[in-house]
Structure formats: structure tokens, C-alpha cells
Write a protein of this length. Structure first.
Length: 244
């Protein structure tokens, strides 16, 4: 049986954002939390977390990791040709308008994602898990440079931590070709993804309103940005491993 990597050992990560038909998000989440967690991990991938976007009622977001690109290809081929997907693919696909909004990523530096929690509630858990994840995609003019990553380590991450983030992680674009074209990914868009897990919406609001990011981070970050960042307030599902 393939080995499921820990989050810290995931050298490749996908951020997957699905646009769903109105009213279908909870249908997909119930199916996902019941059928698509352990079944994917048995094939050698790690489901890092899955979320409701609180500001986009028809958006479902999740993160999935792999040991490397070769392991990704093997795991995806095994899962999507296997019995669990065959049994439930029609029901899952019926909820979706679009599933191609996918960023292929890697840890921005060694240890950049080693701090994320990974304890999942057992099958049958219900209701949202605690915490609120701020997931921000920074669109870059060029692939993340050492100077940008220094700014991230020295300014961006410490500002989030000082502002109440309990856990953080940073990912940059992975330039390897997509070796599983059955599932498209967005290519040619260099990004930096920041994840910051807060205790709750109040803690995230307090950070946002405190002004430290605008004062201490945004001016230095601006020269690297191709356009405005895309921020998501993500509520963990009942069985998301990534939660407070």
C-alpha cells in the first residue's frame, strides 16, 4: 500500500477551488467528508483540509498534498480509476459548475508548511470544525524570488503571528508540467499562497482591522505583485484536518 505523506513531507500541494451549483455545497461536503478522505489517502496522497468559503456561498475549497510529482501521478491514477471514485463520481460531479480552478504549488522554503495541524475528526462528525483560515493568493510578476521570500519570512509571517494567527504556511508555484492532464491546473500564473489559521472570525477581523498588515507589509510587498491579492475566509468542514 502506498505511504501517505505527512503535511510536512508534501513537496507538492494543490489548492483546488470548485464553483458549485446553487445550494449544492453542503451536498458535496457531506459526500466528501464521508467518502473522499481516507479513500484518497490510501492511494498515497494527503488531504490537508477542506472548507466553505464564507464570502462565496457556492465555492468549495480544499488542499491536497503529495510527496513529489511522480507520487502525485501514481496516486491520482489509482484513485480516479478506482472503485470509490467510480461509485461516487456522478454524485460529486453533479454538484459542480467548474472544477478546473487549481493551483499547483510547493512549500515556499524548507519547513514553510511544517506547522499546520493534521488531526481529523472521526467519520460521522458534523458541523463546522473550529477556526477560520485566511487563504490569500498573491499574484506575482515573476516566480517568487529569494528577496520576496525573505520579505515573507521577515515581515509577512511575523506580522500574521503577532496578529493572532495560530498556524501559518507558505506555498509558491510549482513549475513542473501537469502529468495528470485529466485534471487541469492553471499554468503560467506565478503565485505565493499564504495560509493563516485564526481561532475564529473575530480574531481574523481584529487582525484585519488592526492595520499592521497595511502599515508594515503591504508597501514592501507591492513591487512584486502583478495584481491585487485574492483573499478567502475559509471555514473548515467537520472533518477537515486543518482546523483550530
Amino acid at each position: 500500500m502506498p505511504t501517505t505523506p505527512s503535511i510536512a513531507d508534501c513537496a507538492i500541494v494543490e489548492l483546488r477551488q470548485y464553483t458549485l451549483h446553487p445550494g449544492q455545497r453542503d451536498v458535496l461536503i457531506d459526500l466528501f467528508d464521508r467518502e473522499f478522505l481516507e479513500s484518497q489517502e490510501r492511494e498515497g496522497m494527503r488531504v490537508i483540509g477542506q472548507f466553505r468559503d464564507l464570502e462565496r456561498p457556492d465555492l468549495f475549497a480544499w488542499l491536497r498534498g503529495f510527496a513529489d510529482m511522480a507520487a502525485r501521478q501514481r496516486a491520482l491514477e489509482a484513485f480516479y480509476s478506482g472503485p470509490v471514485w467510480a461509485a461516487h463520481s456522478n454524485a460529486a460531479n453533479a454538484t459542480m459548475v467548474d472544477s478546473d480552478n487549481v493551483l499547483l504549488l510547493r512549500p515556499a522554503w524548507p519547513g514553510a508548511a511544517a506547522d499546520l495541524p493534521a488531526e481529523r475528526a472521526p467519520p460521522g462528525a458534523s458541523g463546522p470544525a473550529p477556526g477560520l483560515l485566511d487563504a490569500t493568493v498573491f499574484y506575482l510578476k515573476e516566480p517568487a524570488t529569494p528577496a520576496l521570500l525573505d520579505h515573507c519570512r521577515e515581515r509577512m509571517d511575523p506580522t500574521l503571528r503577532a496578529g493572532g494567527a495560530r498556524h501559518t504556511a507558505w506555498y509558491a508555484s510549482e513549475a513542473s508540467p501537469n502529468t495528470f492532464p485529466r485534471l487541469p491546473v492553471r499554468e503560467g500564473e506565478p503565485v505565493l499562497l499564504g495560509l493563516a489559521l485564526f481561532d475564529d472570525a473575530g480574531a481574523l477581523d481584529a487582525f484585519a482591522q488592526g492595520g499592521a498588515w497595511q502599515r508594515d507589509v503591504a508597501p514592501g510587498l507591492a513591487p512584486w505583485l502583478a495584481r491585487a491579492p485574492e483573499a478567502h475566509r475559509l471555514q473548515p468542514t467537520a472533518r477537515s484536518a486543518l482546523h483550530a
